[in-house]
Design a protein around this ligand. Sequence first.
Ligand code: HEM
Ligand code: HEM
Ligand code: CU
Length: 589
Amino acid sequence: MAHVEHAEADALHEPKSFLTRYIWSQDHKVIAIQYSLTAIFVGLIALVLSGLMRMQIGFPGSLEFMDPAAYYQAMTMHGMIMVIYLLTALFLGGFGNYLIPLMVGARDMVFPYVNMLSYWFYLLSVLVLLAGFFVPGGPTGAGWTLYPPQAITQGTPGTEWGIVLMLVSLAIFIVAATMGGLNYVTTVLQARTRGMTLLRMPLSVWGIFMASILALLAFPALLVSAVMMLFDRLLGTSFFMPALISMGQPLEHQGGSPILFQHLFWFFGHPEVYIVALPAFGLVSDLISTHARKNIFGYRMMVWAIVAIGVLSFVVWAHHMYVSGMNPYFGFFFAITTLIIAVPTALKVYNWTLTLWHGDIHLTVPMLFALAFIVTFLVGGLTGLFLGNVIVDIPLSDTYFVVAHFHMVMGVAPILVVFGSLYHWFPKVTGRMLDDRLGKLHFWITFLGTYAIYFPMHYLGFLGMPRRYYAYPDYEFIPASAQDLNAFITVAALTVGVAQLLFLYNLAWSTFKGRPAGGNPWKAASLEWQTPDTPPVHGNWRESLPVVHRWPYDYSVPGVRQDFVPQTVSEEELERMREADRAATEQKS
Ligand code: HEM
Ligand code: HEM
Ligand SMILES: [Cu+2]
């Protein structure tokens, strides 16, 4: 730990010019902002793509350029960007980078240079991905699951360059995520300040820590499948390609296994959804505790639930393959593991609720988003339970019920946490508050709007409306009224999309004009709010590192007037605070 103990060591990567301060920066806080802004930027592209798709579904034929190929390309890019380039990058590269060193009391990440490289690889992966829009044939339209053989067989949009760029971009992203992940894990294990035991870390750190471990273990499966598919596409190997006749001609491939790809993809893909969910769980726990002025209920249980979910997430992947024709005993096994993982997940929901119980709930903007998350996650988790049962899943698979499930649980719920967390930590990053009235407006439109979008989708799924269809003409079993519902959903989606401009405006305006926040506007107990400077300077803690005496959830402690006790307060100081408060009350009476 010696290397982070002293401020002098930190001077090694001290910025010396504008370029090293803001561009080639090795400061975790600057890298976090770079990651976040890039992720929000690509996220906006994905949002626009979803609006275009919804126009086609709600008002078929209204957009001239939206032919079936364009629809599939929009869908693929939308799904992939949202899951990987927005949410994964934002939670780990954005929040992970900003919060881990501040929350554990370190001066920076353990490997600042690698941390910087991580961002630049991420940016490169984004540029390679977006290049797909400008090459002949356009981006790939294989669906975000990229299943072969169709992903690289003629007839699918983007088989010329799009798929190659997608696979290369993913490989680069994985390099970036690995450099980041190694940093986050090592920093948590090695750079905690004195007194910061593992079980005194905020749940935010626990969630991001576990998600980083999942990323390090799951991404390799995607990396090898991307490389193998690249070989199939460029070198004519047959890892995933069976013998096929395409357009009347036998292809050169033979003997490969498309199902092998599905296993590899979902061995990555299911943990991936928890790479997004675990940081969200962690961050939201801290929001709830702080804004309800109560200690988190069952802290140890919450930590163990995070660990258990992380471990179990590696043995449920084939619930995405119930309809792939696998051995029924496999389906049985994976249904059981899938339902088991619901236990620690439900436990977390109970504990959030019990944290709120008898709390002093402040309905601030971060709290509104946090409460909305609990409800939304519950709804999405419940539909997951349906899908986890093989017999229930088979008729629902590949319908809008699944689209509704995963948007609720992986689209809306984590995005609500992202917003809540941005409103919560923005004052630490900039020293200013985001505007409250705009924030509330943004919250209500986003929250109610997403329910208007996704609730009806479950019903469309029951009607049998298939996912990944560009249009639904002449399907007798889908009643004509489904079209009205689809038009309604589209209007709601566009409203929610436009409402995000409120947030962007708020971000830009408040960065320069927002109300000054002071060091600790929410009166929070965790370490990042106890920095000597706001925003924290390079190295975070001036001469000496903080010393930690307690967990981060000491709110409404009996006997002290101030309703929070920072982690840096020792037992003796707490006793002195109690004495002083007692003396003050006696004097008054
Ligand atoms: C109790 C918890 C959950 C259960 C039992 C569950 C179960 C399932 C099942 C069985 C499917 C496959 C449906 C099909 O394709 O036929 C599925 C799809 C999906 N789930 Fe969940 N899920 C749960 C929670 C989550 C969470 C927390 C997330 C993300 C944060 C998530 C994200 C997804 C995604 C992204 C898909 C669809 C992937 C695709 O085919 O494009 N699920 N879920
Ligand atoms: C207002 C917000 C959003 C709207 C209107 C929207 C809309 C859509 C639409 C229309 C589809 C295509 C459905 C189909 O044809 O099967 C889709 C697919 C998808 N969306 Fe979203 N979406 C939104 C936000 C998100 C977010 C935040 C995520 C983050 C995880 C996400 C992840 C996905 C995924 C993974 C797919 C599947 C792509 C595929 O099937 O290959 N979406 N979305
Ligand atoms: Cu899954």
